[in-house]
Write a protein that binds this ligand. Structure first.
Ligand SMILES: NCc1[nH]cc(CCC(=O)O)c1CC(=O)O
Length: 305
């Protein structure tokens, strides 16, 4: 029998709450009569903001408390930004729905400058993402790159306080929070690559909860699942960590999937790129193929493999 109520475990940031409310609304619309509640909780990843993600154990930290809530029966599903979900899920968990993707580009955000090339020599740019740092360094070796962590609102506050001349955020997050006006220019493929899975929202649940899984499957977008699965399998073949300077962008065209991948080095700004195409039923093989092409160019050395 199908459950009559679904409880959504979510982090408490404004972006996480927006995404959970969005999923709740979609579930209520897809299943009239179904009650959907939010269960907001803090995660270790939210509390430890002064250390880099790599030192505190990677992005899995943002998922752990939410997964515990599902295992202990306090929630039925969790809503995540797919780019924060490790390529390899914890055993017993699945992603029964991946929502249609929003704008996957990164955003150049600044109060005084229109785009990256307009920044004065030696300008200070804030981002803690090694992927963003490597691509910034490649395009503008003169910039001073500074760490910047915290929720979207915190990061914008530090920009407005004058700590940086510009910062880089995801367009999708800004749009969801009603902050699209802060986007001065888009940093987009093919020159600039997003994180694997960026701008897609994923729903996670326990793999044995069949009634819950069937309700959630109604929200799955097959095309988005295909493209992000190529991106995520490329990332996994490169070591799987979410804290490495890896970018990926896959599109579905008339003739199948087209994947572009990037591995970079934040210190030197050296970037490696590779492209591949394949049929829609070979998304994961395409990801492994593009990863192999990057490894042949020396990606292993940049990633410390
Ligand atoms: N790292 C935090 C995070 N996780 C997902 C998004 C944006 C939304 C998305 O990619 O779906 C953001 C903010 C950012 O990178 O600016």
């Amino acid at each position: 029998m199908n459950p009559s109520t679904l409880r959504i475990a979510t982090r408490k940031s404004a972006l996480a709450l927006w995404q959970a409310e969005h999923v709740a609304a979609l579930l209520r619309a897809a299943h009239p009569g179904l009650a959907v509640d939010l269960v907001p909780m803090s995660t270790r990843g939210d509390e430890i903001l002064d250390q880099s993600l790599a030192t505190i154990g990677g992005k899995g930290l943002f998922l752990k408390e939410l997964e515990m809530a599902m295992l202990e029966g306090r929630a039925d599903l969790a809503v995540h930004s797919l780019k924060d979900v490790p390529a390899q899920l914890e055993p017993g968990f699945v992603l029964p729905a991946i929502l249609p993707r929003a704008d996957a580009a990164d955003a150049f955000v600044s109060n005084d400058h229109a785009d990256l090339l307009a920044l004065p020599h030696g300008a200070r740019v804030g981002t803690s993402s090694l992927r963003r740092q490597a691509q910034l360094r490649a395009l503008r070796p003169d910039l001073v790159l500074l760490d910047l962590r915290g929720n979207v609102g915190t990061r914008l506050g530090k920009l407005d306080a004058g700590d940086y001349d510009a910062i880089v955020l995801a367009c999708a997050g800004l749009e969801r929070l009603g902050l699209a006006a802060r986007i001065r220019s888009r940093l987009a493929a093919p020159d600039w690559l997003p994180a694997p899975g960026q701008a897609a929202i994923a729903i996670e649940a326990c793999d044995n909860n069949l009634g819950v899984l069937s309700l959630l499957a109604a929200l799955d977008d097959a095309d988005t699942r295909l493209t992000v699965s190529a991106e995520r399998s490329m990332n996994q073949a490169l070591g799987g960590s979410c804290t490495v300077p890896v970018g990926a962008w896959c599109v579905l065209g008339e003739h199948g999937l087209h994947l572009r991948g990037m591995v970079g080095d934040a210190a030197s700004g050296r970037l490696l790129h590779a492209n591949g195409s394949g049929p829609v039923d070979q998304a994961q093989a395409l990801g492994r193929e593009v990863a192999a092409a990057l490894l042949v160019q020396g990606a292993g050395e940049l990633l410390g493999l």
